[in-house]
Structures are given as structure tokens and as C-alpha cells.
Design a protein around this ligand. Structure first.
Ligand SMILES: N[C@@H](CCC(=O)N[C@@H](CS)C(=O)NCC(=O)O)C(=O)O
Length: 305
């Protein structure tokens, strides 16, 4: 079987969620380290403009978004499951809370603490990505108390999940609900003592975080970005199953542009070749790497004709 290739960078919390997935399944994978900011010249032929981190590649199949990556890894490597105790719904709900409520306040708090150490190019890139002006590092630093006030009730909520000192979010076994909650909190552990101190009052949370950390990242081997492009060029996309569209979905054969619903501007265009209740696959052709299938979750993306 073709290698699992993860396009990522070490500091990315969403990429860390996928690295933990690799650890959970005990997988060997290839690591292509991509730039933290645009431009990402060796990623764009594979993703057609999708710039988020991480992206998973298997041959000429490109998987965008950590939720979809989770489904794909679960389908290909069901054992041990990401969803112990029928926990898929719990994981999905926690994913939304962690991504939509916790992630951005967490980033803002962490960034404010290290504002004077962050590369200006990173602040400028993220501001541009969200259609905003780059923040002045001094002003950002001054916002730290207010940003701590914003994350504190969220940390209280997370701690409350462990009020009965349970081992993992869903009970005795670790799974996707844990990785969903863990990755925005992991950001707090690598940004100096002051940021880490924000977690100190939450003992159950901290004990649980150490348990999740022990899952590890599987067996990682570095790969050059050019080799990943070669792997895509030399492969054919895997055959897709019979599509099961519904009235609200894009239809097979539609030419669509795919846009992240949180308005990250770069759209990806292609032809719909597969759709079901929760995912869409488009076919794209790229001058460097040839024909690709690119997979997206439906939730969180707009498919415009
Ligand atoms: N919904 C996406 C969100 C991914 C995301 O926002 N990742 C951050 C990095 S942690 C990102 O893409 N930042 C901009 C970049 O890396 O270019 C997912 O689940 O994969």
C-alpha cells in the first residue's frame, strides 16, 4: 500500500491531533515539513490552493481537514478504534467545541504571551488569512490579561469533564474525543512557563494530558517535499465508491469551488466524483502532478457551483 504522507509542521496543534491519531493506530508515516506561512509552493500542486495544516496524502489522494483524516484512517485501520464505546458522536461534538470555542481564544492567549518572539511574517500571514490587519506585538502583549480571562472559563469547562477523575474523556479507553480536546490545550505546553501556568489550577486536566501525550506519534520518517510530489505523480487516485448525493449536496459531475466556511480565502476547484452524507471528493488535474482526488468533509466547507 502507498505510504501515508503527512504535510505538517511541528508547532501546528491540528497537525498534532493527527500525529496522535498515528500513535493511536501504531502507524508508520512519512513526514513532509511544510512552511508555517504562505507561500507553500510544494503543497499547492497537491491541494490546488487549500493552505491549511495538516494535509494527508496517500498516493494521488489528498485528504483535507483533520475530521476527514480521522474518518479515512479509521476506515483503513479500524483497530484499535478511535471511537471506543460508540464514542463517534461525542468526539464530533467535542471537536466542534474545541475547534470553534477553544482553539482561537487559545491561540490568541498563547500569541499574546510570546508576541515579541513571534516572527512578524507569522502574525502578518495569519491576519491576512482572516482578512484582518496584522496586530502590533506590543498591543497584543498588553491584551494578555483579557485573553486569559477569555480562556479561563473554557479551561474550567474542560476540567469539569474530569470531575470524577475519569481516565479518558469517554471512560477507560483513549480515542478521538481525547485528541479533539487535547490539541488546543497542547499549545499551552510549548510556549513557556507563563502560558503553562494557566493550566496549573486544573489538576485532573493536567493528569489526563500526560496520559494522552503518552500515545505518541507512531513511527515518523522524514520525506522531502519533492518525493511527495513524485509519489502523487506516479500514482492513480483510488477508485471511488458509488456516490449517494442528497438534495442539499453537490451532485456528481458538478464543477465546484470548495471554500472553507471560516472564510480562509483560497478556493479549490474541481469536478465532484463522490459525495455522501458527510464527505465530498473532487477530481483535479495539476500540471505538475497529474490527476488527483481531493477529499473534504461537507461540514465546515462551502461547495459553490
Ligand atoms: N478545520 C481544519 C483547521 C486546520 C487549521 O486551522 N490549521 C492551522 C494550523 S494549526 C492552519 O491551517 N494555519 C494556517 C497554516 O498552517 O497555513 C482542520 O481540522 O484540519
Amino acid at each position: 500500500m502507498a505510504d501515508i504522507i503527512l504535510h505538517h509542521y511541528d508547532a501546528s496543534p491540528f497537525a498534532h491531533k493527527v500525529r496522535l491519531m498515528m500513535g493511536h493506530k501504531g502507524l508508520a508515516w512519512k513526514s513532509v515539513v511544510i512552511p508555517m506561512v504562505m507561500p507553500k509552493p510544494d503543497l499547492m500542486p497537491l491541494t490546488g490552493g487549500y493552505r491549511r495544516t495538516p494535509v494527508m496524502q496517500i498516493g494521488a489522494d489528498i485528504y483535507c481537514d483533520t475530521r476527514l483524516i480521522a474518518w479515512e484512517l479509521e476506515a483503513r485501520h479500524p483497530d484499535p478504534t478511535f471511537y471506543p464505546g460508540n464514542g463517534e458522536g461525542l468526539a464530533a461534538i467535542l471537536t466542534r467545541w474545541a475547534d470553534d470555542n477553544l482553539f482561537l481564544p487559545g491561540v490568541n492567549f498563547v500569541f499574546s504571551n510570546v508576541a515579541d518572539k513571534l516572527p512578524p511574517a507569522l502574525l502578518a500571514d495569519r491576519a491576512k488569512m482572516r482578512g484582518a490587519e496584522p496586530p502590533d506585538p506590543e498591543k497584543l502583549k498588553a491584551l494578555t490579561p483579557r485573553l486569559l480571562a477569555a480562556v479561563t472559563p473554557l479551561l474550567e469547562t474542560a476540567e469539569a469533564l474530569f470531575a470524577d477523575s475519569r481516565t479518558f474523556v469517554g471512560g477507560d479507553a483513549c480515542g478521538m474525543a481525547d485528541y479533539a480536546l487535547y490539541h488546543p490545550l497542547w499549545m499551552f505546553t510549548g510556549a513557556g512557563k507563563k502560558v503553562a501556568a494557566a493550566l496549573e489550577p486544573y489538576q485532573n486536566l493536567s493528569t489526563w494530558m500526560a496520559r494522552v501525550d503518552a500515545v505518541g506519534e507512531g513511527t515518523r520518517e522524514e520525506m522531502e517535499s519533492g518525493a511527495a510530489l513524485d509519489a502523487a505523480r506516479e500514482a492513480e487516485p483510488a477508485p471511488v465508491a458509488e456516490p449517494t448525493p442528497d438534495a442539499a449536496s453537490p451532485q456528481p459531475g458538478d464543477a465546484v469551488s470548495v471554500l472553507a466556511a471560516d472564510k480562509v480565502p483560497e478556493a479549490v476547484t474541481g469536478e465532484v466524483v463522490y459525495v455522501d452524507g458527510r464527505r465530498v471528493t473532487i477530481r483535479r488535474e495539476d500540471s505538475q502532478v497529474g490527476v488527483l482526488h481531493q477529499h473534504f468533509p461537507r461540514e465546515g466547507y462551502i461547495f459553490a457551483k
